[in-house]
Design a protein around this ligand. Structure first.
Ligand SMILES: [Zn+2]
Length: 260
């Protein structure tokens, strides 16, 4: 009798455990590694690190890149990484590029930004022949000249998913409420340690859902994440690869939209 009770207990515990396992699809742990502005340190440091970990990232590139790098970015795409639209000239209100008034988004109109997004799509199509395109708002600003271009972007059909900024708590757990054109990420800036990077992943592991890193320089350039910290993050992801799906922004969003 005692054995039977134990048996039943085990069965019911098994059922409970299984029930707990059958969780919403968004409990899958997804990490996206994204890199902005087509920087040399990404080509020289981030990509070799990604290659050796066998991970694919998303690179939000601008059109005003060094011509010598065009074939390098094509090769990055051929490896399975995602090349995404970050406009031609990175118009921004807060930083104003390198002091160039032509790149100040205050001087833009919805027409000029949309024209730029469209031309950058063509540039990227010439590089990788892909039609579905992701986008990241320069400086995470969704306005130009004080006017939002979100609706125009949405109606244009040029962009499938768009990324904005956010902080260390910007984890996506509710897929039903995501606006595919305003997907938050953690903009990694300032003094961020390797532990901070890993803690962000741990937070996603705890809550489920999608965590998106927004990096700039890796071991160089600006808004720099030290190469060793980036490597430690990748090592952690490799160690937990059974549990964590590291994928591109476009693929993560395809998954989220299908599993709302
Ligand atoms: Zn940028």
């Amino acid at each position: 009798m005692k054995k039977l009770t134990l048996f039943l207990l085990l069965i019911s515990f098994g059922a409970y455990a299984q029930q707990k396992k059958i969780s919403p699809a968004h409990k899958k742990v997804i990490i996206v590694l994204s890199y902005d502005d087509a920087l040399n340190s990404q080509l020289n440091i981030a990509i070799p690190q990604l290659d050796s970990a066998n991970f694919k990232g998303t690179f939000f590139v601008c059109g005003n890149m060094n011509q010598d790098n065009i074939e390098k970015w094509r090769a990055v795409s051929k490896k399975g990484n995602e090349l995404a639209n970050h406009t031609l000239y990175h118009p921004c209100l807060s930083t104003d590029g390198k002091g160039e008034p032509a790149n100040n988004s205050a001087n833009y109109t919805v027409y000029t930004i949309m024209r730029e997004v469209s031309s950058m799509n063509n540039f990227l199509f010439a590089l990788d022949q892909r039609k579905d395109r992701s986008f990241a708002f320069p400086c995470s600003e969704t306005t130009v000249g004080g006017i939002s271009y979100l609706d125009s972007l949405r109606k244009s059909g040029l962009i499938k998913y768009a990324r904005i900024g956010g902080d260390q708590n910007s984890i996506i757990t509710d897929y039903a409420s995501i606006d595919p054109l305003q997907v938050p990420s953690w903009g990694v800036v300032g003094k961020v340690t390797a532990d901070d990077l890993v803690d962000f992943v741990k937070k996603v592991q705890k809550n489920g859902g999608i965590g998106i890193f927004m990096f700039h320089g890796i071991g160089g350039d600006y808004l720099t994440t030290p190469a060793a910290n980036h490597k430690k993050l990748l090592n952690y992801l490799v160690q937990h690869k059974e549990e964590i799906w590291v994928t591109t922004f476009g693929e993560a969003m395809d998954y989220a939209m299908k599993n709302k």
